[in-house]
Design a protein around this ligand. Structure first.
Ligand code: BES
Ligand code: ZN
Length: 879
């Protein structure tokens, strides 16, 4: 990897491009070892930028063969060529530029640009990969019409794909063939795609609301066509949903998806030709878990939704990334909520935000939803841009109401279709629809950090007046020491001690309801409720109405009332979580002082109450019964105590397992009905409940229970049950564990996506020798540094999902991770940079761990020829 100068890019420096590229005609002579690309650009000066005279084109890892301006070859005197730019000074008003470049896809291990995945040649151009194919103004505000001719060996590459419509094809004498694709829509270069290979195709079709038939094609390695049914069904569901909910239809005659094994991310929304990590396409009950099915549906929908939020309306520059990603995640969440269970979807989304985004907001990489600067844009595809960005959109929907929000979306599309725009343009569309001034709301886009919301209450029984006092505080983040108050929508209901909802009449409003939105705009603000005739318990921030940390001094009695009676399913779950978090933290304290550990009877009773309420969504019930994880608990501690969390969590789980053993066994038997696998909400609920029962039983495993677990592993007709059993066994040092892991390997060694699970389960084990096992796993013949899924399933899983071993106090876990990052950085900087994240989270650890983590960050930073990607993360995190 060449040493790159780590320059910072600033939003304030944004300038429109000096030249526009109206058309690009690509001629790609494909060869895995040496591909030649002839690109002909129809260029004109941008009338808005008359002062700028030079044409700046980016290039990366390219050899320039030839360049012609209006048919005349240029000599090196006519242009400046550096490592990553080709500059033509004093270019004419309007001209044609032909550039021929060459490069080797086989040597491209970055998986950006054009590269080989197995025998398939494919591209990944977002964010800045197009410049690895040809010299081009590789920025999203340059939108062009693409025509792509591909020439390749017919035997090796029978299928040749690019964006848009196939308009011509033919044979050449030397065993080669060619195809010509044309995309009728203008697009930025990051949405370009090309695929070539020996691919099978699973087909379906969709008739749009306007009556057009769209051919749906999923391309996979031959033999895998049968595993595309669920992906195709999900695509059709997403297409229908976007028509119904947002009035958005598909705009080409064909929608193509290609699944490849080696892919840095989950999937990519290239116009008319999505490219997917195969793990988000291929499914059948034997190889995919319920969770895999859920992810497939979500990712397919996400990339489909980008066709309007991202492609038809795109980003002006990469600081606007959340304009497409935050909005598309919001649309994806809404879609999934409508497909499966809204209450379960909400809890899962909020958990992800809290477990991943809140820590980012607290750490050295904290940044606003619209960042002010970056070094490497690939590092800014973050949970802040995505998940917090989606929450910011959700707040708009909550405050404006669904209908007005929809009108705002319609205005946004009508105003900006075919253009590259900004987050500001989106907010203005919402202002136009609602007639509201959203000036203060914009702070959600510019200020980083998670606001903390401190709430206290006062009940004046004589005057039947209830007052909530809200105070918001946002801690400092890098470059932002003090913050202005946010506009925070806090949805609230009040319940009496019997759990009855109280009618609300906030001062200033006349209508009576049981739920209201308090729009907080000041640092400190009071909200009064009148005619409150009995003592109220507040249910605050219902449905998680804003991405903040709520602090209210609930009593245990309050929480039990909410657990039993809150009409908001999110807050019912939240009440249980709060009870459990508090209890475990309290036990950690008691254990420290040497007291004997004992689970209070009231707690076991309350827990058992939930166990017996079976007349509800079972997936939701499974969430209620899952204890907060190590990570949830760490989130609740000012200073993370890794071993005590592990110990007490285990203790509580084991106690609940032992004391409620009969109930767990009854649930297990009730839902272990050996019905053939089906993927639907009811069946998923039954399996989640059964498998959570199994995990409790296995928290105190007798011989008989281990055998039961092994039987489930062996006899299951589906991966969900088989894997759930294997996960339980993998946490217990017993002969059944070895037997099951070996069987699993023997059965699935040639099925890469399933083998990833085998690697991951071992990397996730809490057993004390896991680091040694992981070190062995990366020398296993099936380990592969080129394949990001495999790398993540071992190294990523160990560092991110195995706190007790990764944070070993001898520092070996940290040193191991640093070694692997340094090694991988030479091959794939983007994936290497993502692996750095666990080391950046040192802030809330004990001083010994902080020192050990920083030591590794410094060691990485002092490595010669570090990529920009890894450099940015470690340099910002080690200070
Ligand atoms: N546009 C992204 C893919 C991408 C990410 C390209 C980073 C380049 C750099 C795509 O729409 C996306 O967001 N994919 C997610 C999955 C999605 C369901 C959240 C991904 O790949 O993780
Ligand atoms: Zn996306």
């Amino acid at each position: 990897m060449e040493a790159k100068s780590p320059n910072t890019i600033y939003l304030k420096d944004y300038k429109e491009p000096a030249f526009l590229v109206n058309t690009i005609d690509l001629n790609v002579a494909l060869d895995a070892d040496l591909t030649k690309v002839k690109s002909t650009l129809g260029i004109m000066r941008n009338p808005k930028m008359p002062e700028q005279k030079s044409l700046v084109l980016q290039g990366d890892a390219l050899t320039l063969n030839e360049i012609q301006l209006n048919g005349t070859p240029l000599t090196p005197a006519d242009y400046t060529l550096s490592n990553n730019e080709l500059i033509i000074k004093d270019a004419p008003e309007e001209f044609s530029l032909m550039i021929e470049t060459q490069f080797s896809p086989r040597e491209n291990t970055t998986l950006n640009g054009l590269y080989l995945s197995g025998d398939i040649l494919c591209t990944q151009c977002e964010a800045e990969g197009f410049r690895r194919i040809t010299y081009f103004p590789d920025r999203p505000d340059v939108m062009s019409l693409y025509t792509t001719t591909i020439i390749a060996d017919k035997q090796k590459y029978p299928v040749l794909l690019s964006n848009g419509n196939l308009i011509d094809s033919g044979l050449l004498g030397d065993g080669k063939h060619w195809v010509k694709w044309q995309d009728p829509y203008r697009k930025p270069s990051y949405l370009f795609a090309l695929v070539a290979g020996n691919l099978g195709c699973a087909e379906d079709s969709f008739v749009t609301r306007s009556g057009r038939s769209v051919a749906l094609k999923v391309y996979v390695e031959p033999g895998n066509e049968v595993n595309c049914t669920y992906a195709l069904q999900s695509l059709k569901n997403a297409m229908r949903w976007d028509e119904l909910r947002f009035g958005r239809g598909y705009d080409l005659d064909t929608y193509m998806i290609v699944a490849v094994s080696d892919f840095n991310m989950g999937a990519m929304e290239n116009k008319g030709l999505n490219i997917f990590n195969a793990k988000y396409i291929l499914a059948n009950p034997a190889i995919a878990t319920d969770q895999d099915y859920e992810f497939i549906e979500a990712v397919i929908a996400h990339e489909y939704f980008h066709n309007w939020t991202g492609n038809r309306v795109t980003c002006r520059d990469w600081f606007q990334l959340s304009l497409k990603e935050g909005l598309t995640i919001f649309r994806e969440h809404e879609f999934c909520a409508d497909q499966q269970s809204r209450e379960v979807e909400r809890i899962k989304n909020v958990r992800k935000l809290r477990l991943e985004q809140f820590p980012q907001d607290e750490g050295p990489m904290a940044h606003p939803v619209r960042p002010d600067s970056y070094i490497e844009i690939n590092n800014f595809y973050t949970v802040t841009i995505y998940e917090k960005g989606a929450e910011v959109i959700r707040m708009l929907q909550t405050m404006l109401g669904r209908d007005t929000f929809r009108q705002g979306m319609d205005i946004y599309f009508a105003r900006h279709d075919g253009h590259a725009v900004t987050i500001e343009d989106f907010v203005q569309a919402m202002e136009a629809a609602s007639g509201r001034d959203l000036t203060q709301f914009r702070r959600w886009y510019t200020q980083a950090g998670t606001p903390e919301l401190y709430v206290t209450s006062n009940y004046d029984s004589a005057n039947c007046r209830y007052t909530l006092r809200l105070e918001q505080v946002c801690p400092p983040t890098p470059m932002q020491t003090s913050k202005e108050p946010f506009l925070i929508p806090v949805t609230v209901s009040l319940f009496d001690l019997m759990g009855q909802p109280l009618p609300l009449q906030m001062s200033g409003s006349l209508n009576e309801a049981t739920e209201q939105i308090m729009e907080m705009t000041q640092s400190v603000q009071e909200f009064q409720f009148n005619n409150i005739t009995s003592y109220p318990i507040p249910s605050l921030l219902r449905d998680f109405s804003a991405p903040v940390k709520l602090r209210y001094p609930y009593t245990t009695q309050d929480l039990l009332v909410l657990m039993r009676h809150d009409t908001d399913s999110f807050n019912r779950w939240e009440a249980v979580q709060t009870i459990e978090n508090r209890l475990i933290l309290q036990l950690i304290d008691e254990d420290k002082s040497g007291a004997a550990l004992c689970l209070p009877v009231w707690f076991t009773d309350a827990f058992a109450e939930n166990l017996s309420v079976r007349n509800q969504n079972l997936q939701y019930l499974a969430l209620l019964l899952a204890l907060p994880s190590d990570k949830d608990l760490a989130n609740e501690m000012t200073i993370i105590l890794v071993e005590p969390i592990f110990k007490i969590h285990k203790f509580v789980k084991r106690e609940l397992a032992t004391q409620l053993k009969d109930q767990w066994m009854a649930i297990y038997k009730e839902y272990n009905d050996n019905k053939p696998y089906q993927f639907n909400a009811i069946a998923v609920g039954q399996r989640s409940l059964k498998n959570i029962a199994l995990s409790y039983l296995m928290a105190n495993p007798t011989d008989e229970i281990r055998q039961l677990c092994l039987r489930q592993f062996v006899n299951a007709d589906n991966m969900t049950d088989s894997l759930a059993a294997l996960v339980c066994l993998s946490q217990v040092d017993c002969p059944e564990r070895v037997e099951a892991l070996n069987k699993f390997y023997d059965k699935w060694q040639n099925e890469p996506l399933v083998l990833d699970k085998w690697f991951a389960i071992q990397a996730q084990s809490h057993l004390p020798n896991t680091l040694e096992v992981v070190k062995q796993l990366i020398t296993h013949p099936k380990f592969n540094w080129i394949n990001p899924n495999r790398v993540r399933s071992v190294i990523g899983v160990f560092a991110m999902l195995n706190d007790i071993n990764f944070h070993a106090l001898n520092g070996d876990g940290y040193a191991f991770l640093a070694d692997q990052i340094i090694h991988l950085d030479n091959l794939n900087p983007q994936v290497a940079a993502r692996l750095c994240e666990p080391l950046t989270r040192w802030r809330r650890h004990i001083p010994e761990r902080q020192a050990l983590m920083k030591k590794q960050l410094f060691r990485i930073m002092s490595t010669p020829n570090l990529s920009r990607d890894v450099y940015e993360i470690v340099s910002k995190s080690s200070g």
